[in-house]
Design a protein around this ligand. Structure first.
Ligand code: ATP
Length: 301
């Protein structure tokens, strides 16, 4: 996809978005409410027409070649989408009947922990069960590419883990996954590539570790030791320009370019002082820190 633009009246929801999802990888679209994630996904699925840019999904134009594309993709929309009275097994069998070589619906219901609820009308399922059924519908046709729009929203931790494991299994089977999420740990756990969008534009992209890495000359080494170490003395032992301070009682932070030599200097300096440097880590920013830094802290409408 390149230069995708989508407007709703005077509102520009997506404003020149470029995305590439490599075969067999997981890409997470991360962004605050209203950033344009669902709109982007819906254009890829062929549900919405782009106002500008080029979109190709599995080499096809999702709008004009939708009939060829649909059997090859799986779609898990935001918020379920089942008829109130339909039962999970009926719904899944119906979707499976449209596929050339579907997975066994009974097996899939079991994998997703829905066997006990197969006769429960859709509207009586819990939010998490509706989500899992929606995921089953997305997967039953053995898609090459799956769109998951906030797949674990409203799920309990067990169900989230299950979905994470499933996404990992899909990836291992060579299935490509485009997911949207607000959950940083989800993006960090699942995605090969993370694209952070805000107001319809890409504000950052990279692997989770690229995004969370500190710039090379502003890294942090943290360790714990007895309170009151002479940090001026340690600073003298380190290369010029590095900062050392006791951030809180017994918690020390060394800032600057952290290379193996610096780590060695810190531990041997501690040894000379007769103290053991504990919990020594080269700190990373969390994806949430990066996200808030890029998209601001104010609440979105
Ligand atoms: N059918 C529509 N008509 C008018 N405006 C819309 C429509 N759908 C979405 N929008 C607007 O477009 C913008 C992007 O919405 P979108 O649902 O794509 O964002 P999102 O990133 O998925 O948000 P969320 O995280 O809250 O699901 C929002 O400002 C939204 O209000």
């Amino acid at each position: 996809m390149s230069g995708l633009v989508k407007r709703y009246g005077s509102k520009t929801a997506v404003d020149g978005l470029d995305l590439v999802l490599d075969h067999g990888t997981v890409l997470a679209l991360l962004g605050p409410n209203g950033a344009g994630k669902t709109t982007t996904v819906e254009v890829c699925e062929g549900f919405r027409t782009a106002d500008g840019g080029t979109v190709r999904v599995l080499g096809l134009d999702p709008r004009r070649q939708g009939e060829q594309l649909r059997p090859r993709i799986g779609v898990m929309p935001q918020g379920g989408g089942g008829y109130p009275g339909v039962r999970p097994d009926e719904m899944l069998r119906l979707v499976a009947a449209c596929a050339a070589d579907p997975l066994d619906p009974a097996w899939l219901l079991e994998v997703l922990g829905l066997t006990g609820a197969v006769r429960t009308p859709y509207k009586r399922l819990s939010g998490g069960q509706q989500q899992r059924l929606s995921l089953a519908c997305a997967l039953v046709g053995r898609p090459e590419l799956v769109f998951l729009d906030e797949p674990t929203a409203g799920m309990d931790p067990q169900a989230r883990r299950l979905v994470w494991d499933l996404v990992g299994a899909l990836r291992a089977d060579g299935v490509s996954v485009l997911l949207t999420t607000h959950l940083m740990d989800e993006a960090e756990a699942l995605a090969d590539q993370v694209v952070i969008v805000d107001a319809g534009r890409v504000v950052a992209r990279g692997t989770p570790s690229e995004l969370t890495a500190h710039p090379a000359d502003d890294q942090q080494l943290r360790f714990r030791a007895r309170p009151g170490l002479d940090t001026d003395l340690l600073r003298e032992a380190l290369p010029e320009g590095m900062d050392v301070h006791e951030a809180s009682r017994g918690a020390y932070v060394v800032r600057g370019r952290i290379d193996p030599q610096v780590v060695s200097t810190v531990t041997s300096w501690c040894a000379q002082q007769g103290v053991l440097a504990e919990e020594l880590t080269v700190a990373k920013r969390s994806l949430e820190d990066v996200f808030l830094e890029l998209t601001g802290r104010e609440l979105r409408s």
